[in-house]
Design a protein around this ligand. Structure first.
Ligand SMILES: Cc1cc2nc3c(=O)[nH]c(=O)nc-3n(C[C@H](O)[C@H](O)[C@H](O)COP(=O)(O)O)c2cc1C
Length: 486
């Protein structure tokens, strides 16, 4: 609700900091405060500017030409509590007043999101907004707004705040810092590829695809992440025995676990797959938060959940995004994070579609599939297809391990005990994930040599800042690590 502190920007704290000589920018700042419910801070010079126009313009020009840093009267109290900082001032001599530089240089903007705003008579609005962006290079930025005195009104500002709130949400789905427990919603409302109104299934019409997060204690170094896809023939999700029980088994083995609540019938398997690929991107983009190498993400799926894994591995790798399913989908920053998996667990499951395995060796080979762990019981009606599929995958050049459980039917979940197949799965995953940690080691080795500023992609490869396109990068500067979204 407008004016509600916490209604915007995932509930993060907002500060509106402004400098105003004639009062116009103050009006805009107050309107921003009214809409966002944030706190307000006036940037006031220690030495006041002349009150008449021409002398003021002379001082302003001199300050600009001398790159001056006019002193500011007060300090923002409790700077650390703010995440979203609106910074505004008038256009002065084609750019921002120098006092805004003093402000920008007085605080640490690491981890903050800056929103520039300005008021002006007729010219240099965009240059001034850009100047505010340039003076806060450590912050992330949302789209700014410049208004002339006559166009300042609350509804105009409301529309802008709504827009940047959405922009913030897409840069920080589920919050700026990835949660260590609880639920992550996978999409922004209003931008879910393939969304249908009034869907009638057990999830209800307002269902938001999501994932449940279970992490290892802080003092445990995780091996990597496992995305868990419960089965249920796409008619439901067996969340207990193929979700919670699996996380309960894998977390103590050292895996950050994510149970994916993907869409089910009447949605298509492709819609379910967009949910899973999105969940993988999220975990990869937040690899640093989850203390994992971004390459160490494995999938495990049960029955339909394994088929879903297969669908993503066959068709949704790299940068294929929701537009492949729905061309009205608007890709966001997360779509710049490539989809990949280092291994897959096919628990009474196979590559293919519901009830029918896909055993075409050439198609499987072309998909460049990760190592696979198959596990099924001899009393499972699909046992023959599991055998055929695992053989075809092996023939396609993929490393395959199989574990056949004597006398087990379909749908046993963990089997009630890690000794049934969980320990074998762990033994299969551990060396794969260890092998993958070279990327992080490379980053750490570079850090030791104190490279001034190095950009890495999410696979740990060094990229030249000149060739950077839109995407998420890890930046190491000295011994400081940050994640940036370009
Ligand atoms: C020193 C000075 C320089 C200015 N330079 C520009 C300018 O380059 N372009 C422009 O459109 N307006 C310029 N203006 C007009 C102000 O940007 C405009 O009136 C603004 O809304 C004033 O905001 P304030 O009342 O918060 O100080 C200038 C005003 C002053 C006092």
């Amino acid at each position: 609700m407008p004016g509600d502190s916490g209604a915007y920007f995932n509930g993060k704290k907002v500060l509106v900091a402004y400098f105003s000589w004639g009062g116009t920018t103050r009006r805009m700042a107050q309107a921003i405060q009214t809409v966002t419910g944030g706190d307000i801070f006036e940037i006031e010079p220690v030495v006041p500017y002349p009150t008449s126009y021409t002398p003021c313009t002379e001082v302003a020009l001199e300050e600009r030409d001398n790159d001056a840093r006019p002193a500011i009267k007060d300090k923002v109290a409790d700077w650390n509590k703010y995440d979203i900082i609106f910074i505004g001032g008038p256009v002065w001599w084609h750019t921002a007043p120098m006092i805004l530089h003093t402000f920008a240089e007085s605080y640490d903007f690491e981890g903050k999101t800056v929103v520039p705003f300005t008021t002006y008579a007729s010219t240099y609005r965009d240059e001034t907004l850009q100047a505010i962006v340039d003076m806060t290079p450590d912050a992330e930025h949302l789209e700014g707004l410049g208004l002339t005195s006559g166009s300042i009104n609350e509804s105009r500002i409301q529309t802008w705040i709504d827009l940047i709130n959405e922009q913030y949400g897409s840069l920080n789905p589920g919050g700026a810092t990835a949660p260590m427990e609880g639920t992550v919603e996978l999409w922004q409302r209003g931008n879910i590829p393939g969304f249908r109104e009034n869907v009638n299934n057990s999830d209800g019409p307002d269902f938001m695809p999501n994932m449940l997060v279970y992490t290892v204690p802080e003092n445990v170094q995780p091996k990597g992440a496992v995305m868990i896809c419960p089965g249920g023939a796409f008619a439901f999700r067996s969340i207990q025995n193929e979700g919670y029980d699996i996380a309960d088994m894998l977390v103590p083995m050292g895996y950050q676990c994510f149970i994916v609540n993907y869409r089910i019938n009447p949605y298509s398997m492709q819609a379910s797959a967009t949910d899973l690929q999105r969940a993988i991107r999220y975990v990869k983009a937040h690899a640093e938060n989850y203390r994992i190498n971004p390459d160490n993400i494995a999938l495990v799926g049960f029955s339909a959940g394994g088929i879903l894994n297969g669908e993503v591995l066959l068709n949704w790798r790299n940068l294929t995004n929701g537009t492949a399913l729905d061309n009205s989908y608007r890709p966001d920053e997360l779509d710049n994070v490539p989809v990949s998996a280092c291994a897959v667990g096919m628990i009474y499951s196979f590559y293919g579609r519901l009830s029918v395995s896909m055993n075409d060796v050439e198609t499987l080979r072309a998909a460049n599939l990760p190592p696979a762990f198959y596990c099924w019981g001899t009393r499972d009606g699909f046992a023959g297809q599991f055998t055929q599929n695992s053989n075809a995958v092996k023939e396609a050049g993929v490393r395959v391990e199989t574990k056949v459980l004597e006398g087990y039917p379909h749908g046993y979940g963990s089997g009630g005990n890690a000794s049934i197949w969980g320990n074998d799965f762990d033994a299969f995953l551990t060396p794969i994930m260890r092998g993958n940690s070279t990327a992080i080691n490379t980053i750490n080795a570079d850090m030791a040599t104190n490279t001034p500023e190095t950009y890495y992609d999410l696979n740990g490869r060094v990229v030249s800042p000149d060739t950077i396109v839109k995407g998420v990068y890890i930046v190491k500067s000295g011994n400081k690590t940050t994640k940036i979204i370009k």
